[in-house]
Every structure is written in structure tokens, then in C-alpha cells.
Design a protein around this ligand. Structure first.
Ligand code: XIL
Length: 320
């Protein structure tokens, strides 16, 4: 039987991929599955390209962790999605606690992006240029960026710098809960214009897709919102999908519901011309970030902790 990425490509997507993280790469059984490009045609570094690792102090760059994942993907013949450049989280304190003007923070952003995107130029299919800039109500999230720029004016700065450093990488705005209708999706749509009105270019919108079993947006809502982005002449991707149980252990009925919930994501992407790929935020419950961040929650991935496929895996495979 065919594997997920080959099925996805046959179905018209560009890839089916997974996030991974440096600490997981000495697990040989885990790496064997991850590295099979018929299963995962694309890799995203879960942490290694974030600002705190790449530029931990001003103008000092360390590419060790990011390079390890980039080289793994390259060796496996897998597409690399690069993640992420401007984000309020995992941001070193020299940035978040610095005293900045618009001019000095512009220089800091431009220098960070010129270095990092320049370093990876030619290796990244796409960059998540700005991550999670929005609140649920569609206002800009409080951060050193929005506070210094008094709103979203840092976005065109970041996108212009990324374009200059790697003209071939697709430049994405990435966030959670922007893939179904509501204030946040409306604001995300407006971000496309904000970037263009600011003289920069944007190529893609990424819905992270961190969902909860049994409280998914409907497939039709996912499709409608994805189509609205694509109508703005950008591509679309599900970039960090996992669908977690809000309480554990997972029951058999729950695992069946989870399979239906994954089906909504996959069907939505297949049905929207311009939805180009799906990435899961690690493929196995063994290494999911969920239990560390959401106390008592988890079992969100397609493979269980023993690296065995779950019911949702079978459903995704059947749909693809
Ligand atoms: C997560 C990583 O998976 C964790 O290992 C880390 O501790 C925190 O960040 N949205 C994102 C990702 O854009 O970068 C986050 O990744 C998950 C939520």
C-alpha cells in the first residue's frame, strides 16, 4: 500500500509532511519513518530556526540546530518549510526587553532576516515570515513588535526583508485559528492587503491547525475560508496540524472521532485548489508538544507513542 506523501502527491498536493525536532533524531526507529520520503515529503524544524536559537544575542548567529534539520531533509530528498522569523514567543530577551524605536527595531528585524534567510537561501520551499501576530478578536497581539510599530506595520518590513534575502522562497503568514470563519480569519485576510499596501509581497497563508477532537470547525467552513485566501492570489497550507484529546485516555469512540476530524482537514485541502500541502506537528504522540503545553491533553497525532498508526492514520490514508 502507498504511503501518505505519495498518495498526497497523486491527489494533487505538493506534499504531506511532518515537523521534527533535534532531540528526536537519535531515536533510530523514529527517524526511519520520518526519513521515508514516500511517507513524509516535507519537514519543518519544530524549534531550531526560531530567533532564540538562531540569534541568541544581538548579531551572533548559530545555525547548528536549524542546519541539522535542513540537512536531514536535504539528504532524504524532502521539501523544507522554514519556521519562523518574527514571532513574539521563543524570542530572546535582548529583543523582547530591548528599548527600541521604529527605526532601531526595523534594523534588528532586517538584520535577523537578512542573515537567517540568507543562510538558508535556496533550501527553503517556504518561510513562515511572521507567526501568530493576531489575537482571537482580530486585533494585533501585544508584543515588542506591535507595541513599537503601534500595530502591524512590522509585517511589510519583515516580508520585504525575506523577499530580498531569498527571492525564491514562498513567504507565508502563519497563525492558528485563521482557517475557519471569525474575527481572526477576517483580520488575517486583511493582513494580505496590509503587506501589499506596505510595498511588500506575500505568497501564502498557513493555518497551523492545532484542533481539539470533537470541536473541529466544519469541513465546509475550512474550505470557505481557505478559498477566501486563495482568491487573494496566495497559496494555502495546513502547517502544524494536530488534533488533541482535551482529556485522556483516548477511548475507541474518541479515536474514531479524531479520524473524522482529521478527515475534515484533508478533504478541505483536497477540495480547495490552491491548498498545496498538509504538515502535521510531528507524526507521533511520542514527541508531540501538546502534553508539555496543555496539561492533561494529548494523543493528537497520527501515530501512537509506539510509532504505530492510529485509526486517524487509516482514514487519512484512505482519503488521500
Ligand atoms: C512548539 C514546539 O513544538 C515546542 O517544542 C516548543 O516548546 C514550543 O513551540 N505554534 C508554532 C510552533 O508556530 O512553533 C509551536 O511549536 C507550536 C505552536
Amino acid at each position: 500500500t502507498a504511503n501518505l506523501n505519495e498518495l498526497a502527491v497523486q491527489a494533487g498536493l505538493s506534499y504531506f509532511g511532518s515537523a521534527t525536532d533535534n532531540s528526536e533524531l537519535d531515536d533510530t526507529a523514529y527517524v526511519a519513518i520520518l526519513s521515508d520520503s514516500t511517507e513524509f515529503g516535507q519537514i519543518t524544524p519544530g524549534n531550531g530556526q526560531k530567533w532564540q536559537y538562531i540569534e541568541p544575542s544581538q548579531d551572533t548567529f548559530d545555525y547548528t540546530s536549524g542546519d541539522e534539520i535542513a540537512e536531514l531533509a536535504e539528504g532524504n530528498g524532502q521539501i523544507l518549510r522554514c519556521h519562523t522569523l518574527v514571532w513574539h514567543s521563543q524570542l530572546p530577551s535582548w529583543v523582547s526587553s530591548g528599548t527600541w524605536t521604529v527605526d532601531t527595531l526595523t534594523s534588528v528585524i532586517e538584520n535577523h532576516i537578512a542573515n537567517e534567510v540568507g543562510h538558508y537561501a535556496g533550501q527553503c520551499y517556504a518561510w513562515d515570515v511572521v507567526n501568530e501576530a493576531l489575537n482571537e478578536d482580530g486585533t494585533f497581539r501585544d508584543s515588542i513588535f506591535s507595541e513599537t510599530f503601534d500595530g502591524g506595520a512590522f509585517l511589510p518590513v519583515a516580508f520585504a526583508a525575506a523577499r530580498e534575502a531569498d527571492p525564491d522562497a514562498k513567504l507565508y503568514y502563519n497563525d492558528y485559528n485563521i482557517g475557519y470563519s471569525g474575527s481572526k480569519a477576517t483580520a488575517a485576510l486583511a493582513i494580505i492587503d496590509l503587506i501589499r499596501d506596505g510595498g511588500a509581497e506575500i505568497d501564502g497563508m498557513g493555518e497551523q491547525g492545532h484542533y481539539i477532537v470533537g470541536s473541529m470547525p466544519s469541513q465546509s467552513d475550512l474550505e470557505n475560508v481557505a478559498s477566501a485566501y486563495v482568491a487573494m492570489d496566495v497559496e494555502y497550507a495546513f502547517t502544524e496540524v494536530d488534533i488533541r484529546f482535551s482529556s485522556l485516555p483516548a477511548t475507541d469512540d474518541g479515536l474514531q472521532q479524531q479520524a473524522e476530524d482529521y478527515a475534515a482537514v484533508v478533504n478541505a485541502c483536497l477540495n480547495v485548489e490552491g491548498c498545496i500541502g498538509i504538515t502535521i506537528w510531528d507524526y507521533t504522540d511520542k514527541y508531540s508538544w501538546i502534553p508539555n503545553t496543555f496539561d492533561g491533553q494529548g494523543a493528537a497525532c497520527l501515530y501512537d507513542e509506539d510509532l504505530e498508526p492510529k485509526p486517524a492514520y487509516t482514514t487519512v490514508s484512505d482519503i488521500l
